[in-house]
Design a protein around this ligand. Sequence first.
Ligand SMILES: Nc1ncnc2c1ncn2[C@@H]1O[C@H](COP(=O)(O)OP(=O)(O)OP(=O)(O)O)[C@@H](O)[C@H]1O
Ligand SMILES: [Mg+2]
Length: 324
Amino acid sequence: MIEVCIVGELNLDLILYGLPEHLSPDRELLASDMAFTLGSSSGIFAHNLCVLGTKVGFVSKIGSDPLGKMALERLSAVGVDTTHVKQGSTLSTGLTVVLPHTRHRYMLTYPGTMFEMQYSDIDMNYVLAARHLHLSSFFLHRALRPQILNLFRQAKEAGLTTSLDTNDDPEDQWRMGPGGSDLHDLLKYVDVFLPNEREAKKIVGTTDLAQALNRLAELSKVLVVKCGSGSAICRAGDEQWSLAPPRVSFVDDVGAGDTFAAGFMHLYLREGKLEDCLAFANIAAAYSVTKAGGTEAFRDRAELSTFMRQQWSSMGRGIIPWKD
Ligand SMILES: Nc1ncnc2c1ncn2[C@@H]1O[C@H](COP(=O)(O)OP(=O)(O)OP(=O)(O)O)[C@@H](O)[C@H]1O
Ligand SMILES: [Mg+2]
């Protein structure tokens, strides 16, 4: 029996470290290191949520190619139910090339099958049998997008809780999609909304974080805004918590936001207090930045558990509300 159903995109990340910030054309530019690993916001969220101990089912579409196979194997290896990942599209599985730099990173994505998945690909009986529905990369689901509101409405009517992480909008439009599905309308059916700081501001159309928080808090039951190495913010009704992640040795922040969302939702689904969800999310996300990509840190449960427990106790928060 799955607890969380994720409807999302599945692709791999190729991360090239140490390339110059200015990419000169016609030159052979050398990376100092690389990682080829599970990518996609939904894929990273699914993997890490499952490693934390939630039973996860994944609904997606991949190509019949080695990239899709590897992504599927990474999810299956940690126990994600991939029986509802469709294979065999004419398109290939997507790929993101990530070029991390000190202050920012380039992310170049070939969407492939993620642009193709549509509502008719989804087994709604499977989705509605879960306790919770999560969707990431709202703007990348080009074919599904006109039906995302319908998907969430059905989930809420069936008694599921829901969460949403928009991630970036490659078209920089933020509100209205080609099918007319409005993100603001969707938020009525979202219990936990988890944008990052930049996304929160873009959605509201402001450069002022306080203004973005105030507006989005009116639209969301629980609003959680991720702020990189700064303090993440959780707002619910009149209450607000703000908490910085622990300092860690940094490799890259690829998938840190997805891992943060996984940490938050894991405790939220166990009726954790929101401030505990925030602290747990910060620790999980900070751990993810200590290794390559979004999931490499989460491939060793024992090391993860040691880190989580040490950090929790060093924050003076008592006993960690988590069984691993
Ligand atoms: N340098 C860092 N040190 C410690 N923790 C970090 C660092 N960077 C990010 N985090 C943790 O990761 C969380 C998510 O970070 P971020 O704001 O980068 O999300 P995001 O942009 O949505 O990430 P993603 O690339 O997954 O979409 C932060 O709230 C924090 O808990
Ligand atoms: Mg993100």
